[in-house]
Design a protein. Sequence first.
Length: 82
Amino acid sequence: MWLRNREGTEPVTARSPLRARRILSWIALIVAVVATIFFVTRAMATGEQVWVWEAAIGAAVAAVAAVDLAVLRHRRDRDGPR
């Protein structure tokens, strides 16, 4: 059986990828909102149902990104800035 060596400073010096996660969530939110607006306008202009599905997917991605940003803000407010 392989046992993990728990000595060293890794737990003390470990860094969280919260900044990268926040940047990626902002990018996803902006792109998803722009895509949703585009697909909604295409659906309204053409009347085709296929554009509505793309708009719904874009809105879902935007909602997930917004929730992720809210969770990150809550953690930052609770734990303090890092």
